[in-house]
Design a protein around this ligand. Structure first.
Ligand code: ADP
Length: 163
């Protein structure tokens, strides 16, 4: 029994690190639902629709991966979808404390939900959406960090904000 896993996050925007996790996990789980968080508090660079569209475009070659968005608590969304496995990526040690906190509270709130961690590919262990945005803002190369549609979308975003 491998079943369905939820891969939640902001994906603002999706990076090669996220895609690496998705590719590897899609060989393990029968199905993966990428759950894009609609977060009212953080101000994302990309709208929810843009983040979902970029994820759909860049996961087209993974037939068992679907993309949805959600608001509110992740465990409520998982329950609504009947999913009890949550997938998270772990990069440097700095991710650990945050993930431990979130996983512990989720366990308290929803005992049936298990969180699975996958170690980041060492090429991407310092890659984050925020780093990508910082680099792209100053017109530096991001082609090693994000898939092509995201590279184009970043260029368009920052050109627009300059002009
Ligand atoms: P969040 O705001 O929930 O951290 P992110 O979009 O930043 O959302 O990340 C979603 C998930 O992907 C998290 O589990 C995060 O640890 C993981 N992740 C982000 N970047 C990488 C990477 N470079 N390699 C592996 N996992 C990553």
């Amino acid at each position: 029994m491998t079943g369905i896993a939820l891969y939640p996050g902001s994906f603002d925007p999706v990076t090669l690190g996220h895609l690496d996790i998705l590719k590897r996990a899609s060989n393990v789980f029968d199905e993966i639902i990428v759950a894009v968080l609609h977060n009212g508090e953080k101000k994302p660079l990309f709208t929810l629709e843009e983040r979902v569209t970029l994820l759909k475009e860049t996961t087209q070659d993974l037939p068992n991966v679907t993309v949805e968005s959600f608001g509110g608590l992740m465990i409520d969304f998982a329950r609504k979808r009947g999913v009890n496995a949550v997938l998270r990526g772990l990069r440097a040690v700095s991710d650990f404390e945050y993930e431990l906190k979130i996983t512990s509270i989720n366990k308290k709130l929803a005992e049936e939900i298990e969180t699975f961690f996958m170690m980041s590919n060492s090429n991407y262990s310092f890659l984050s959406s925020s780093i990508v945005k910082e680099v792209a803002k100053y017109n530096a190369q991001v082609s090693d960090l994000v898939p092509e549609p995201v590279e184009r979308a970043l260029k368009a975003k920052f050109q627009k904000s300059e002009g």
